[in-house]
Design a protein around this ligand. Structure first.
Ligand code: SAM
Length: 346
């Protein structure tokens, strides 16, 4: 329920702890959020329905609209009510391809995840009996990527209440699987960023990785067969150390320049530096010089106002506005106090 006791019309999901930043991002787009739950910000029916930045939200991993609220006092009752609602919402629609059927629960309520899983099983049993062919095409996860999708999205906000939507905009954030050979957890960030970027380094492509140590991102590119120039005064470790496709240069990332005429397929940049310093000192010269085709750049907003930074990035006269195409800013599942930006050189 929203503050005024009315069922919400729209809900945005985010990482727990980042609700205020998401609410401020929504406010910048003219949307007034109700009081948030962990990992969830809801909007009332009076809010504009089409408001969203052109490249999508940064903090929201999903924007569910239009939303319904389903209530039930047992697993069976909720599973049945969800199945009835879904069957009714499907009326007149042909389902011939796999569709996402994604159940989740807000954080911070002990046992709610187990409740959601039990209702999900009850829902599937009922759907299989009623619409077997549709049920067989259900996928428990949305495919990688960002943009609008149609399926069933159910978010448990309490033991007896679930928010549901057939339509979602997805930001592309996902929990990734680790690789024991990866030398750092930040490996997961770049793996996740590929889904938002809509592509990953390919065999034989050239990658320049600025601030590469201990080598999580470099390892990720090299394991795909790309040739990596890893720039960092620090040491590489684990699977990145002595990798035949990784050349380690102990240089300053702000000073490093490609050889004349050299164009990298990918610029990676994950420097622990003030974000404006990275934007002006790395991204701007790399895009202006057309030294890379695509980029994945992580900006640590730790001591900066994240929403102010987001507004700056989205302004037409920002480095992205002037020099990038298809740029997307996301707070990834594996990001902490940081954004990851993906895009291409213009
Ligand atoms: C967050 S770590 C990078 C992690 C890396 N992406 C990985 O997956 O292992 C940041 C790195 O930036 C490096 N760094 C910071 N300032 C730098 C500079 N001016 N030139 C080169 N490296 C720098 C640090 O040495 C550190 O290794």
């Amino acid at each position: 329920m929203t503050d005024d006791g009315v069922s919400p019309a729209r809900a945005c999901l985010c990482r727990s702890g980042f609700e205020d930043m998401l609410a401020r991002e929504l406010a910048d787009a003219g949307l007034r959020a109700g009081s948030p739950s962990p990992g969830l910000v809801t909007l009332g029916s009076g809010e504009p329905t089409n408001a969203m930045p052109a490249a999508g939200w940064a903090f929201a991993s999903a924007d569910l609209f239009p939303l319904a609220t389903i209530a039930g006092d047992s697993v069976n009752a909720l599973g049945g009510a969800l199945c009835d609602w879904f069957a009714e919402a499907l009326r007149g629609e042909q389902v011939a391809t796999p569709w996402p059927c994604v159940f989740s629960a807000v954080d911070g309520v002990p046992g709610l995840g187990r409740r959601a899983a039990a209702v999900e099983r009850a829902f599937h049993e009922k759907l299989s009996r009623r619409l077997g062919r549709v049920a067989r095409l259900a996928l428990a996860e949305a495919s990688p990527g960002t943009g609008p999708v149609r399926g069933l999205f159910a978010v448990f906000t309490g033991f007896d209440s679930v928010l549901v939507s057939r339509d979602a905009w997805l930001g592309g954030q996902r929990r990734m699987a680790d690789d024991p050979a990866a030398p750092a957890r930040s490996y997961l960030k770049v793996e996740e960023a590929y889904g938002v970027a809509g592509g990953a380094p390919e065999p034989g492509q050239l990658v320049c990785d600025l601030g590469a140590a201990p080598g999580g991102w470099a390892f990720s590119a090299a394991k795909r067969g790309a040739l990596v120039t890893a720039v960092d005064n620090g040491l590489l470790k684990g699977g990145a150390l002595d990798h035949p496709l990784v050349e380690h240069l102990q240089q300053d990332a702000f000073v490093f320049r490609p050889r004349t005429g050299q164009v990298y397929d990918w610029l990676f940049c994950d420097l622990v530096e003030e974000p404006h310093h990275v934007l002006r000192g790395v991204l701007e010269p790399w895009l202006a010089g057309r030294w890379c085709r695509r980029f994945v750049v992580n900006l640590k907003f730790g001591r900066t106002d994240a929403n102010a930074l987001l507004r700056e990035l989205r302004a037409g006269d920002s480095v992205l506005g002037r020099l990038a195409s298809g740029a997307r800013v996301r707070h990834l599942h594996h990001d902490r106090d940081e954004f990851t930006i993906v895009g291409a050189s213009r």
